[in-house]
Design a protein around this ligand. Structure first.
Ligand SMILES: [Zn+2]
Length: 392
């Protein structure tokens, strides 16, 4: 009897320990880094998480602060109760702490009277949460800056940039993907990252003839650049235009053609599909974007971006059809692309053709087709710039 009792106790203990073992299995993801960058027009905070987690942003007054709770997460010990001092007029500091056993909280102490807006958005592969904070215009004013000088004609008359006055001086060209992220891959192995880099290099060459324009690439070789860094490059360099170049893919192999996107929400399933592909995320995550887009719609350059998308799409199709008559014009449209969020300037994403379509993959492999694409995008940007210069 006694023996049986101990035996049962032993079994029970075994059971308890195995149950508690399964409970102890840690489902929390470890947060291993927080980075922040202060740029002339905004501050970006990136929390490196690695695996998709739910989060919720909040704001509270007196003292003014924004905080983001990240669930099912724990802090790497080196980040425990860490404080980052930020050297600008509108943010005091950033704090990160383990709020509860399953929740990590990031707090930004700031001054709401000096902040225009903020947005919190996810970036993927690996998963990160990005917090962008934009100061009010009065903070951005720099009284030491020289007043703008009126444009003077050269011997040949007004150059393009001079005609534009306050117009375009710096263009950022963004070849999609790169490094460990190949983008979409065609049936015969053609990688999007290689194709779009070549197109962007050709496009840059076309602009190089114009001395008044500076063209900056987000990558010049086959390297990985996280999506949030691409916008940082555009804003840091105070670019006037941002052009992201991609090749498309679709499970429907016969789908083909050229389309150009500006940042907006879309109900069109084919647009959502393309956005999910380019964002390296599921279509479900895109629903989060609606609230972000609603907030920024009033402030962003939607109208200019739409105009730029129209000009690029029109010229790209016209140029290609000179040689390749059957190229389909899929139009210009709004789409929820993370890479366009936070770009403080007219910005578009061009899908130059479908790598999933056998005919277009063959074309994309030829130098001539890629040169036509570069030429078409170039003509589109030029048309947009000329339209800005009208009447000056
Ligand atoms: Zn792409």
């Amino acid at each position: 009897m006694k023996r049986n009792f101990f035996l049962s106790l032993g079994v029970a203990l075994l059971l308890v320990s195995s149950i508690s073992f399964s409970f102890q299995k840690d489902e929390r993801v470890e947060i291993y880094d927080l980075r922040h960058f202060t740029h002339p027009t905004f501050t970006r905070i990136v929390v490196d998480i690695g695996t998709l987690r739910e989060y919720s942003p909040h704001e509270l007054p007196s003292p003014d602060r924004i905080f983001v709770d990240i669930y099912q997460a724990k802090l790497n010990p080196i980040l425990h109760n860490k404080t980052y001092l930020v050297k600008n007029d509108y943010i005091n500091q950033i704090r990160i702490a383990q709020r509860s056993p399953n929740t990590v909280r990031v707090v930004v102490d700031l001054d709401f009277s000096k902040v225009k807006r903020f947005q919190v958005w996810p970036a993927f592969d690996p998963f990160r949460i990005v917090i962008d904070i934009y100061p009010s215009e009065s903070i951005l004013e720099t009284p030491t800056e020289k007043p703008p000088q009126p444009a003077k004609p050269t011997k040949e008359g007004y150059s393009m940039a001079r005609q534009l006055g306050l117009g375009i001086q710096r263009i950022v060209i963004d070849p999609g993907h790169g490094g460990k992220d190949p983008g979409t891959i065609g049936k015969s192995g053609t990688m999007e990252k290689i194709i779009v880099l070549d197109i962007c290099q050709r496009l840059k060459k076309l602009f190089d003839a114009n001395q008044d324009l500076e063209v900056i690439m987000t990558r010049e070789s086959d390297i990985y650049v996280p999506v949030e860094n691409r916008t940082v490059i555009a804003n840091q360099k105070q670019a006037d235009l941002f052009i992201s170049v991609h090749a498309n893919s679709n499970p429907v192999k016969k789908r083909s053609g050229v389309e150009t996107f500006y940042l907006n929400f879309s109900q069109d399933p084919s647009v959502i599909e393309t956005a999910a592909l380019e964002n390296a995320t599921s279509t479900k995550n895109l629903s989060e974007m609606r609230s972000i887009l609603e907030k920024i719609a009033k402030n962003s350059k939607v109208m200019e971006s739409k105009e730029l998308a129209n000009d690029i799409q029109k010229n790209l199709v016209l140029t290609l059809q000179k040689k390749y008559k059957d190229v389909k014009n899929l139009g210009y449209k709004g789409g929820p692309f993370w890479v366009l969020i936070g770009v403080e300037t007219p910005s578009v994403l061009v899908e130059v053709s479908y790598l999933s379509n056998a005919k277009e993959e063959t074309r994309l492999k030829s130098d001539q087709y890629r040169q036509y694409i570069a030429q078409g995008i170039y003509s589109g940007i030029k048309e947009y710039m000329n339209s800005l210069g009208k009447g000056i």
